[in-house]
Ligand binder design. Structure first.
Ligand SMILES: Nc1ncnc2c1ncn2[C@@H]1O[C@H](COP(=O)(O)OP(=O)(O)OP(=O)(O)O)[C@@H](O)[C@H]1O
Length: 633
């Protein structure tokens, strides 16, 4: 059985850039205990939480689990629930848990056990009602704030951690939802003898007394550590009293923020408390001037028991039971049985790849192939087809033919770039979180990303081209159409790779859109449609433009491998061959391509597109490796 652990931290110091953020911070949380870390903004709560969960190194002091210093094996017993719920918005609550189970649970565990664990966790966290609801976002709401938080906690509980570390789990929740969330946590902690450490901002009185212990921080120092039921006694003992019905959390936070003098008084009393019976034995320093209760009369300066107000109306210890929540004991679920020491990753590459592939496919499918995107593609294909309807194969329509090919290229390349840029920031957060937790290999993620989106990315351009190509009357031969379609797909995948690379290397959405707009506009201008007289010193830009190659290849399919165009009358023709034939002949494809300055070999265009595609994919992976450092394991 994996029950809780005894966490103890003693004299923890953290210095950042020469500033002491935490000074001499000590405290503990035992099996079955919930410890709340409280304090005003900037007091050091998040810093301490990060140290306790091994996400930040400490400059001095010690953090131990069951009396032992942290080892990789012990670290795996800790899970960390971030303040923000970082989840895929298109997955349901159950799908989210199912994929997390596949990725995080040991490879040797049978699948039906993993499935059973998901079912149990759904019950434990009271998620049955919303298990098939999508997570949702602000545009398409799904799970409520409390349900999202419980889903985030559920993802962490799947691996049956012994120590649960939570950063502000109730932030953004209304008081009733916050209470029910804490109630579920309390019940889970008690029944499974787990250990919970959480930062919390301004809990209601009910929530406050659910915590067994409170660690109050003030300016990086301990202002109080001890039982929640005794904190008012402590404040009273130094002459700080509250009105009868005042929320104790509000009272203590008000006091530590009050004046320098009050702060000093509290900190001095807290230091003195370390030498009394109220200070846990495990945290006492060898050289402390501890005086036991028996010796109290003989000269302790501050007596924390004076003015003792015992709190009798603390909610009963049967949290959740009155609500009829049935908790599944973790006895039957011993993940350690299936974990092999030395396994770097919980699951095999193949399991990671298939789970990530299926997850990416479900998450992307509804976004890429939504009703709206299909309608948009159909409408634009028909509008374009009507605007350039049934072009005659003559010199007169030469510019229209170039225009329509260029437009199709530009439209089909722009869509995947901006689609990936709008969706990737959310995905990046999930990968960062999962990689920090050492859930899977980056290569498994990257391969799954590339392969899952392939079928989805190719459907819309195929639909678009199938309508527009025939309506416009481009070269009406099956060979030409298929060749054109393949080039179009290559261009779309190249555009998508550029979008992904930009999404990876830019720090935020706004920057990525700005950089993408510049890149795509430069690619459009360099394509060779708008200008044929670029100054020499800048003309190299066209060779960097993937649209130059896509546009060039499609022109070749249309003209080099298509039928010639009928000449204009001699007065209006632009082609020498038409002048020679007195306006009665035809213009060969090669003449048209020379006129358009696009007469290179088509294989050059194809190879160039491939090279750009591969370079973007490869550098995307390298940059992702640099930015997404794996976490522990
Ligand atoms: N990387 C850093 N560099 C410099 N100072 C830092 C860094 N991280 C934290 N600090 C400082 O350490 C102090 C404690 O920060 P911390 O985030 O732990 O506070 P907090 O109690 O969690 O605050 P809040 O409730 O506002 O989140 C703050 O004064 C903060 O400015």
């Amino acid at each position: 059985m994996l029950s809780g652990v005894d966490l103890a931290f003693k004299d923890v110091h953290v210095d950042i850039n020469g500033t002491q953020i935490l000074k001499n911070v000590s405290g503990q949380a035992k099996q079955g205990d919930m410890l709340a870390i409280m304090g005003p903004s900037g007091a050091g709560k998040s810093t301490l939480l990060n140290c306790l969960s091994c996400r930040r190194p400490i400059s001095g002091g010690s953090v131990t689990l069951n009396g032992h210093p942290m080892t990789n094996k012990l670290r795996r017993k800790i899970c960390y629930v971030l303040q923000e719920d970082i989840l895929f918005t298109n997955l349901t609550c159950r799908e989210t848990l199912k994929f997390t189970a596949m990725l995080k649970m040991p490879r040797r565990m049978p699948n039906d056990m993993k499935q059973k664990r998901v079912d149990d966790i759904i019950k434990i966290l009271d998620l049955e009602k919303c298990q098939n609801t999508r997570v949702g976002d602000f545009l398409n709401p799904g799970l409520s704030g409390g349900e999202k938080k419980r889903t985030s906690i559920a993802c962490e509980l799947l691996t049956n951690p012994s120590l649960l570390v939570l950063d502000e789990p109730t932030s953004g929740l209304d008081s009733a939802i916050a209470y029910s969330l804490m109630q579920v946590l309390k019940t889970y902690t008690q029944q499974n003898k787990k250990t919970v450490v959480t930062t919390i901002h301004q809990p209601s009185s009910q929530i406050f007394y659910m915590f067994d212990n409170i660690l109050l921080l003030c300016d990086g120092q301990v202002a109080y550590f001890g039982k929640s039921t005794r904190i008012m006694t402590f404040f009273n003992s130094i002459g700080l009293y509250s009105e009868l019905d005042y929320n104790p959390a509000d009272f203590i936070l008000d006091k530590v923020k009050e004046s320098d003098e009050t702060q000093q008084k509290i900190l001095t009393a807290s230091m003195a408390m370390r030498n009394t019976d109220d200070w846990p034995r495990e945290l006492r320093s060898l050289n402390s001037s501890f005086v036991s209760k028996d010796e109290e009369d003989e000269g302790i300066t501050i007596t924390v028991h004076s003015n003792n107000i015992e709190i009798d109306n603390v909610p009963a210890l049967s949290y959740g039971l009155e609500k009829g929540i049935t908790l599944v004991s973790s006895d039957a679920f011993d993940i350690d049985k299936y974990t092999v020491e030395g396994d770097k990753w919980p699951s095999s590459f193949w399991t990671q790849y298939t789970a990530l592939l299926a997850r990416a496919f479900i998450n992307t499918k509804d976004r890429v192939l939504s009703k709206l995107t299909i309608i948009q593609t159909l409408c634009l294909a028909v509008i374009l087809g009507m605007m350039w309807f049934n072009l005659e194969r003559s010199e007169e329509t030469y510019n229209d033919r170039l225009g329509v090919i260029f437009f199709m290229n530009a439209y089909l390349a722009m869509v995947p770039v901006f689609e990936i840029l709008t969706s990737f920031p959310g995905e990046k957060k999930v990968i960062t979180k999962e990689r920090e937790a050492g859930t899977y290999r980056l290569s498994a993620y990257y391969w799954s990303k590339m392969t899952s989106e392939g079928p989805l990315v190719f459907i819309l351009p195929t639909l678009f081209l199938s309508i527009a190509y025939w309506m416009v009357n481009l070269m009406r031969e099956a060979d030409n159409f298929i060749f054109c379609w393949l080039i179009m797909l290559l261009a779309v995948f190249t555009a998508q790779s550029i979008g992904l690379l930009l999404g990876i290397i830019t720090p935020d959405f706004k920057t990525s859109i700005t950089v993408a707009s510049i890149t795509m506009l430069a690619a459009l201008l360099g394509a060779g449609f708008y200008t044929k007289h670029m100054p020499d010193w800048i003309s190299w830009i066209q060779y960097l433009s993937f649209m130059h190659y896509a546009f060039g290849a499609m022109l070749k399919i249309e003209f080099r491998y298509g039928n010639p165009l009928k000449c204009n009358p001699i007065e209006t023709t632009q082609f020498a061959s038409c002048i020679i034939s007195n306006g009665t002949g035809v213009i060969e494809g090669e003449d048209i391509l020379q006129f358009a300055k696009m007469d290179n070999e088509i294989w050059i265009d194809i190879v160039a597109l491939f090279v750009i595609f591969l370079l973007c994919r490869l550098s995307g992976y390298i940059f992702l490796r640099i930015f997404q450092k794996p976490g522990r394991n």
